[in-house]
Design a protein around this ligand. Sequence first.
Ligand code: HEC
Length: 150
Amino acid sequence: MKFTYFVLILALGVTACERRTGQDPALYPNENIRDRQTAFKNIGGDMTLLSKAINTSGAIDINKIKQYADDLSKHAKQPFDFFDEKDKGGKSRPEVWLQRPVFEMERDKFIAAVERFNAAAGSGEIEQIRATFAPVGDSCKSCHDTFKMK
Ligand code: HEC
């Protein structure tokens, strides 16, 4: 009797584990892919908020821009912890691993653009903020063109 309960509990546990990973294992071999996608989504969210705050037809709120720029600079490096050899898949093209030096150059260009933008936001000068925001967006596109699936 006791043994039956034990087996039942074991079976329930296995089912729960399977449900948690409910994605195509060929495309999502491990958690790192989802972690980097979450990190990129956070970056995307920061960019949407920044774009609205910078391109508003109303009054510019410099403090808001500073806050979002700070968030962006905190988030910017996070996805790049999850591109190990074992992390192939997701919406990343194989070129990430085949052209590693180019990928890392795109990453560094992006991080540098974010740092310049964050410094401009800190200065509170709206012209500087506008001038340094565009290159951040360009660096997303430049990397995606080669390394992200459409
Ligand atoms: C150095 C390359 C690189 C840079 C720079 C980069 N990305 Fe990406 N991005 C990728 C790759 C590769 C993926 C695909 C991740 C995956 O699914 O494996 C991706 C995925 C995404 C996703 C989709 C996440 C999801 O799964 O829904 C968003 C949103 C995104 N990036 C936004 C941005 C934004 C906004 C910027 C710039 C502020 C940016 N990225 C800069 C390479 C880059």
